[in-house]
Design a binder for this molecule. Structure first.
Ligand code: FMN
Length: 147
């Protein structure tokens, strides 16, 4: 069975709402296993077929947890090549983190970035949560179509 990881960080709950909606969408497609997590070890990343990262922007950057995770994965030469990657997250005014993470996933880890980052200004509204669900559905469907 194909496995999807929805990994997120959130201090005030905005990115968490998005992550819940992404995971809900992904789970609505049968024959796909979805794990929603706040923390994973770098070694476990290669057990997933798709990695969806939810990150808010703090101080123009990604949370240190994600920096450490990507650094660990790089040092330990964890191969994520060809896996599907997606990034989303809430921001306040500049919103750098999703773009930075998407670049690392694409250029360092050679993941297939399925979509441009999905971002919400502060609290995601209903339309944004629907877009998050649709994103999860899209990833699950594209995994189902992969051999
Ligand atoms: C201390 C602090 C620093 C922040 N720095 C930025 C920033 O550099 N750029 C930005 O777009 N938003 C910034 N924000 C706004 C957060 O990204 C925004 O509140 C977001 O909704 C937080 O997501 P979360 O609820 O998932 O933690 C900052 C917020 C705080 C409290």
């Amino acid at each position: 069975m194909k496995k999807i990881l929805v990994l997120y960080y959130s201090r005030t709950g905005n990115t968490e709402k998005m992550a819940n909606a992404v995971a809900e969408g992904a789970k609505s497609i049968s024959d796909v296993e979805v794990e929603l997590k706040y923390h994973v070890d770098a070694e476990s990343l290669d057990s997933y077929d798709a990695v969806l990262v939810g990150s808010p922007t703090y101080h123009h950057n990604m949370p240190v947890d994600f920096k450490n995770l990507f650094e660990e994965a790089a040092v330990k030469k964890i191969s994520l090549k060809g896996k599907i990657g997606v990034v989303f997250g809430s921001y306040g005014w500049s919103g750098e983190a999703p773009k930075l993470i998407a670049e690392i996933m694409k250029y360092k880890f050679e993941m297939e970035m399925a979509e441009a980052p999905l971002t919400a200004k502060y609290t995601p509204d209903q339309n944004m949560l629907k877009a998050c669900q649709a994103l999860g559905i899209k990833v699950s469907e594209s995994l189902m179509n992969r051999t």
